[in-house]
Ligand binder design. Structure first.
Ligand code: GDP
Ligand code: MG
Length: 371
């Protein structure tokens, strides 16, 4: 007791043995990887390194402050559209419902409304936009959440009226509850002769979803993705739900949001769809996303149109990334390229360091206790 082998000390500090040996040499201690260090020396060198680790942490905190910006004053907040995800059991009609909702939009709009796949689409109902994430199913939902991103405001739970509540229906309910996302139920396929919406309502009560007409607070709308029946009522219900939630954001600040899709395009290089959470994103803005940065070269909306700026809740394809970002990562506007690059580089270095030397799991306190 009272001594530790250099190799083990390096492990505990989460650094390479060669780095530790260099430090020790600077302190006038000539050792190899298998040498034993006395406790005093170990503490001195660990403290020195620990101070650096803490310094690095505070740089990280500064980054966060720079990135998150100031809190928005209540009077700066404006209503923003709801962001909606469709969930439910396989074959209950998620894709059909999304297609139906989107085609409703296209027929209502003037000519040339060709939908471009950017991972989300905007539909207007009574002049109010509603944003739909295109990827149905909870896989996308949970993958995003696993990265700490929550972009969904409301989940549409699709339940086929001829089939009722199935295992993935229950999973979807659990995911939405865990994420604290309210559910609007679409009881689908009511055009089928064996459709039984009452049975669906009854089954859902077992999972705490009580229909409004039964005195509960879950909006349930019978629909048919095939015939289009009830689709307007469903859109109306989403707006009602959004109103209850008082969804707001400050549009008058530098944008921040989440990457919802990213791909390497043959002609255009790395492109990503960003869902703006707050602020307004402009062409020319400098941004940072994970270890990737760039300057917005072009913004393209879900109709394939080039736009100059986009506000809260809106999805937009962004060109100008230096590398491919990752879905679920934050996207933030930076004051200038130098700062964007320096934080991106620092993050990349941190990632590299932690993958080279294993997890930096030990706090200084823990380390001292182990000695
Ligand atoms: P998903 O797996 O939840 O995305 O389900 P799909 O949208 O792929 O639909 C599964 C099947 O149900 C397809 O054959 C659809 O044509 C059919 N379907 C979807 N919605 C309806 C509906 O409202 N009525 C009827 N009769 N069939 C539907
Ligand atoms: Mg599908």
């Amino acid at each position: 007791s009272g001594s530790i082998v250099v190799k083990d000390l390096a492990d505990q500090l989460g650094i390479k043995a060669t780095e530790l040996i260099k430090r020790l040499i600077n302190l006038g201690v000539m050792v190899g990887v298998n040498h034993e260090l006395d406790k005093e020396t170990a503490v001195i060198v660990a403290t020195e390194l620990g101070a650096e680790v803490e310094e690095r942490a505070s740089v990280q905190e500064q980054e966060e402050i720079l990135i998150q910006g100031e809190e928005d004053a209540p009077e700066s907040l404006r209503e923003r559209p709801p962001v909606v995800t469709v969930m439910g059991h396989v074959d209950h009609g998620k894709t059909s419902l999304l297609d139906r909702i989107r085609s409703t939009r296209v027929t209502q709009s003037e000519a040339g409304g060709i939908t471009q796949h950017i991972g989300a689409s905007v539909v207007e109902h009574d002049g109010h936009p509603i944003v739909f994430l295109d990827t149905p199913g909870h896989e996308a939902f949970t993958a995003m959440r696993a990265r700490g991103a929550q972009v969904t405001d409301i989940a549409i739970l699709v339940v086929a009226a001829n089939d009722g509540v199935m295992p993935q229906t229950v999973e979807a309910i659990n995911h939405a509850k865990a994420a604290n996302v309210p559910i609007v139920v679409a009881i689908n396929k009511i055009d089928l002769p064996d459709a039984n919406p009452e049975r669906v309502r009854t089954e859902l009560t077992e999972y705490g979803l009580i229909a409004e007409e039964w005195g509960g607070d879950t909006i349930m709308v019978p629909v048919s993705a095939r015939t289009g029946e009830g689709i307007d009522k469903l859109l109306e219900a989403l707006l009602v739900q959004a109103e209850i939630m008082e969804l707001k954001a400050n549009p008058d600040r530098p944008a921040s949001g989440t990457i919802i899709e990213a791909k390497l395009d043959r002609g255009r290089g790395p492109v990503a769809t960003v869902l703006v959470k707050r602020g307004t994103l402009h062409v020319g803005d400098v941004f940072l996303s994970g270890t990737v940065w760039g300057r917005v070269r072009a913004l393209i909306n879900d109709r394939g149109q080039r736009v100059k700026e986009v506000g809260p809740s809106m999805p937009v394809e962004v060109l100008g990334f230096n590398e491919l970002p990752e879905a679920g990562d934050d996207f933030v506007i930076m004051p200038d390229e130098r700062q964007a690059k320096s934080i991106a580089d620092a993050r990349a270095n941190r990632l590299r360091a932690s993958s080279e030397s294993g997890p930096r799991g030990v706090s200084l306190d823990e380390f001292y206790q182990r000695l």
